[in-house]
Design a protein around this ligand. Structure first.
Ligand code: PEP
Ligand code: MG
Length: 759
């Protein structure tokens, strides 16, 4: 069953036209199940009905014409119930409705299953049989499995269809909206630019173009370069590979021959396809032919053809990329945004970021926020290449991307973007005012640094120091661990920005979604694995070098604080403190000789693993301060991967359980007289700031871009009003209710523009 399923899905995927793909699907399904009829209906939510899109067995003339209301007939019933129906005689069912156009009089047995993607019914697939019978359990399981597999393909195909990229002449004609996860707030209107395209044919969108001569030249040059590459590889491997394996290179060279692949690709180019599209179509056809062969040796050659195709593609993209320049008002698009990728682009050249992977509190989103760029994450519905060169509106509040916006929509968003600018200017006016609530309660605003060096290394009167310096980014940008000397320079420059302010440096917190290129960690569950303090305690040499570097950087100064990430148990703290003392002892010995003064920094732990909530007194007796990592605390308390867009709806720091945990921590810390800061993203959110003020938090650490927003919020409310709001939301049952209450409060305070587009 699995192979049949795979074969069908693969074959259908090869078909460019969406309607043709559905027709093929209906045909293959009918053949695979020996049913007399197979039909596919797709939902139209605007019209609230299902459209017959493909059939093998009903009247073909009904395709595209027959519509069935969401609450009508058996198709409607399957959609409403969101489960399969399997009946011996459809006509005897009370919900059966006769549609004369489909001509189904002869059929009796009926089985249908919904096609569902992310809880949404996209359509229904049905099988029908002339005889009266019950479809077997295996047949039902097969259909359900296929429907689940085909759902994502339908989403992709619909997005492709909506963007209509198969026809270049039609591009930019229709507006379409794609949905992702809101990454960072703001509106960006610009042009999509795909970074570091992953050069596989599978990721390429089909395109028609009107310049066959240029495309042919592009293809031929790429083949010539690939030939050299293969020849070179072949020469180098001559002595190391056995002869039969080495023969693969001969096959590559043969395939590169003008009479082989080349001929067919050029035929496609002549038919109006781009060189990349032609190559994609021909290679995918070959791959499929090989995969369908009975001989296992030949089947395996499919991989070689694919590999060769990707090599040629790599050459074509290279030559295209070398000619490509960043468009004006670039919206950077990538499979996954990384710190090193962002470093490649001058910050002033970007106006927005779209990442296909990741979710609202992935480090990529946090990085975008730190740079003050609107972003959308987890845009899984289309391949990245589809957004290249497209005119886009990025709405970082809703997580929507509008492709080829119509003039009226564009004007509306332009207006919102202008209002955002006005708001920004208003915020600048708060710069020199103190951060106090209406009843004069002071809240210290610190900044989270490390992600956007340019911004954070500058002196400013707005902040009260650095509440979190993420040290891992400089580690991620290199090809090896930075040396002690390199680290000293880096940390010194941070401490010297303003020596009167405290700088809280966090020890290396890699793992999870922050891998080091030179220390690959392959784990099933990286967020539950070798991360933060767990990794550095296993490598005391890395930890000691880092702490020594921090201490040496602080010689003669007294503004360093050190913080430990991902603490789960008290013994991790004991072990880390032992190493810090050792480093302190070593550095003070050395500094005595040079006459410089070394002060012992305050040491704190991050509260981000739920277990530590129940060990606060034990931790408090060991360290000087606490800092709450609400990003991870939310992830671990709710058991929701912060990096996974599939569960992004479940990740919410306003979940009542998270809020209660935060209240519990501040109450405990206050009782124990232990200073506590909150440095997760919610500290920089207007709604979060309201709640945290109500809970009693007086130290909030956030990215610099949010600082004035939070100051505005705090200055607009009194503590007792914030406490009353907190009491109200703590009695709520769901994060949605909390969010609504917060947004309403912000609107009534005149601060609505901070959480939605516009003033
Ligand atoms: C947190 O977890 O809230 C935090 C501040 O650290 P990071 O986002 O770097 O994991
Ligand atoms: Mg964390």
């Amino acid at each position: 069953m699995l192979t049949t399923l795979k074969r069908i899905v693969q074959e259908v995927n090869q078909v460019i036209d969406f309607d043709d793909a559905l027709s093929l699907l209906a045909l293959r399904l009918k053949q695979a199940t020996n049913a007399d009829c197979c039909s596919i209906y797709l939902a139209n939510y605007e019209q609230q009905n299902f459209h017959l899109k493909a059939t093998e067995g009903l009247s073909k003339s009904a395709i595209g014409k027959v519509t069935i209301g969401f609450s009508e007939g058996l198709i409607g019933l399957i959609g409403q119930r969101e489960e399969p129906i399997n009946i011996d005689d459809a006509r005897a069912h009370p919900r059966f409705k006769h549609y004369p156009e489909v001509k189904e009089e002869k059929y009796h047995a009926f089985m249908g299953t919904p096609i569902i993607h992310q809880r949404k019914v996209l359509g229904v697939i049905t099988l029908q049989q002339i005889e009266r019978r019950h479809f077997s359990e295996e047949e039902e399981a097969f259909l359900v499995t296929l429907a689940a597999q085909i759902a994502l393909e339908i989403v992709h195909a619909q997005a492709r269809g909506a963007l209509d990229l198969s026809d270049a002449t039609q591009r930019n004609k229709w507006q379409s909206t794609l949905h992702g996860v809101p990454g960072s707030e703001g509106i960006a209107i610009g042009t999509g630019y795909v970074a570091n395209r992953i050069s596989t044919l599978a990721n390429q969108a089909l395109k028609q173009v009107n310049n066959p001569a240029e495309e042919r030249a592009l293809y031929r040059d790429a083949v010539a370069m690939t030939r050299l590459e293969v020849q070179d590889m072949s020469d180098r491997m001559q002595s190391t590979l056995p002869e039969d394996v080495h023969a693969i290179f001969d096959m590559y060279l043969h395939l590169l021959d003008a009479n082989s692949l080349g001929h067919e690709v050029e035929q496609k180019i002549d038919a109006g396809w781009s060189a990349i599209s032609g190559l994609k179509m021909v290679v995918e056809q070959y791959v499929q032919t090989f995969q369908n062969m009975n001989d296992s040796y030949m089947r395996e050659r499919a991989v070689d053809v694919e590999d060769l195709g990707n090599k040629i593609l790599g050459q074509m993209l290279q030559s295209q990329e070398s000619e490509q320049r960043l468009p004006e008002r670039t919206i950077l698009i990538a499979e996954e945004i990384s710190a090193s990728m962002l470093a490649e682009y001058p910050p002033q050249s970007l106006i927005g970021i779209v990442s296909m992977r990741g979710s609202q509190n992935s480090h990529a989103a946090i990085m975008a926020r730190a740079m003050g760029l609107p972003s959308v994450m987890g845009l899984t519905d289309v391949p990245v290449s589809m957004l290249s060169d497209q005119h886009l509106i990025l709405d970082g509040y809703s997580g929507e991307i509008i492709v080829s916006p119509e003039a009226n929509i564009l004007a509306e968003y332009q207006q919102l973007a202008n209002e955002e600018l006005e708001l920004f200017e208003h915020l600048q006016g708060l710069s020199d005012l103190p951060c106090v609530s209406k009843d004069a309660c002071e809240v210290k605003l610190l900044i989270n640094a490390g992600l956007s060096v340019e911004l954070e290394n500058t002196h400013s009167s707005d902040d009260d120091g650095v509440g979190l310096y993420r040290t891992e980014v400089p580690f991620m940008m290199r090809e090896r661990f930075p040396s002690e000397k390199e680290q000293i320079e880096l940390y010194r420059s941070m401490l010297m920005v303003d020596t009167s302010k405290k700088i809280t440096m966090r020890t290396l917190d890699v793992g999870g979604d922050k891998p080091l290129p030179y220390l690959p960690i392959n784990e099933e569950n990286p967020f539950l694995g070798w991360r933060g303090i767990r990794l550095t305690l296993d490598h005391p040499e890395i930890f000691l070098v880092q702490v020594r570097a921090m201490l040496k950087a602080s010689l003669g100064l007294s503004n360093l604080k050190i913080m430990l990430p991902m603490i789960t148990s008290v013994n991790e703290v004991d072990e880390a403190l032992r190493l810090i003392r050792q480093a302190f002892f070593e550095v003070s010995e050395e500094s005595h000789l040079s006459g410089e003064v070394l002060s012992m920094p305050q040491i704190g732990v991050m509260l981000e693993v739920p277990a530590v909530l129940y060990q606060i007194p034990q931790l408090a007796s060991r360290v000087d301060f606490f800092s709450i990592g609400s990003n991870d605390l939310t992830q671990y308390l709710l058991a929701v991967d912060r990096n996974n867009p599939r569960v992004s709806d479940l990740y919410d720091s306003y979940h009542p359980a998270v809020l209660r945990a935060l209240k519990f921590i501040i109450d405990q810390a206050n009782q124990l007289n232990k200073p506590v800061t909150l440095c997760g993203e919610m500290a920089g959110e207007p709604g979060g700031a309201l709640l945290l003020l109500g809970m009693g938090y007086r130290n909030l650490s956030m990215n610099r871009h949010n600082l004035l927003k939070v100051k505005w919020v705090i200055r607009s409310i009194g503590t007792s009003e914030a406490e009353a709001l907190l009491e109200e939301v703590l009695n709520m049952s769901t994060p949605q209710e909390v969010r609504e209450a917060l947004n309403l409060k912000l609107e009534t305070l005149g601060l609505g523009g901070l959480v939605r587009a516009g003033k």
